[in-house]
Ligand binder design. Structure first.
Ligand SMILES: CC(C)(COP(=O)(O)OP(=O)(O)OC[C@H]1O[C@@H](n2cnc3c(N)ncnc32)[C@H](O)[C@@H]1OP(=O)(O)O)[C@@H](O)C(=O)NCCC(=O)NCCS
Length: 175
């Protein structure tokens, strides 16, 4: 059955094959792939294989973020590295078009993703890594109640430069 989470202005629905071309374009935009750390370029064929694996892989779920008003697909949120033993998962998010950013859609997407992670999957914690020196992203997670758990020094390569990453985490409520 297709996974779905209902919100006030948006809903999350499991990514479908018909979303792949749009997602390919988005992930090849430097302002998006640079932030979420997806390695590009990849071919449409590779994406097809990735999607086929996704259907079998219990450790990953990708949702399309869609407007309730007209079903427009505006971005994606995902959980991966879903660890059933330790009950945690990594998440990622983007709202594709700049004109759709700053409207609260990203915040609502994360709240719905949390509902799915904590209530449906019964996880204890979700986490992500983000670039140090991205104050708007830091502000975004802090406003949503994520805690800065640590800094991973020179953890990733960006071009020829090593960059620090900040770990953000949030625990399931009432624990
Ligand atoms: C980060 C992102 C998901 C936020 O989604 P959004 O819908 O734009 O965010 P919201 O409208 O819910 O904003 C919530 C808060 O985040 C902060 N914020 C978000 N975008 C910001 C920006 N461009 N500049 C400054 N602060 C920003 C603000 O504090 C904002 O609260 P405010 O509106 O009360 O000031 C979106 O900007 C995006 O997709 N960016 C590119 C991909 C990315 O960076 N993903 C995260 C990688 S770790």
């Amino acid at each position: 059955m297709m996974k779905r989470v209902e919100g006030a202005r948006i809903y999350l629905r499991e990514l479908a094959e018909s979303d792949l071309d749009r997602t390919w374009e988005w992930l090849h935009r430097p302002d998006i792939n640079d932030k979420i750390g997806v390695e590009t370029p990849f071919t449409k064929q590779q994406q097809k294989e990735w999607f086929a694996n996704l259907q079998e892989d219990g450790a990953k779920v990708v949702f399309a973020v869609c407007l309730r008003s007209d079903d427009t697909h505006v971005g994606n949120v995902s959980l991966d590295m879903i660890d059933r033993r330790h009950r945690n998962a990594r998440f990622s998010i983007f709202i594709a078009d700049e004109s759709m950013r700053g409207l609260g859609l990203g915040s609502e997407s994360i709240r719905l993703l949390e509902e799915y992670a904590f209530s449906t999957l019964g996880l204890h914690k979700i986490w992500c890594k983000t670039d140090a020196g991205s104050p708007e992203v830091t502000r975004f997670y802090e406003k949503l109640g994520f805690s800065q758990e640590g800094v991973l020094c020179q953890h990733e390569l960006k071009g020829a430069r090593y960059v620090d990453k900040i770990l953000f985490g949030k625990l399931e409520p009432n624990r």
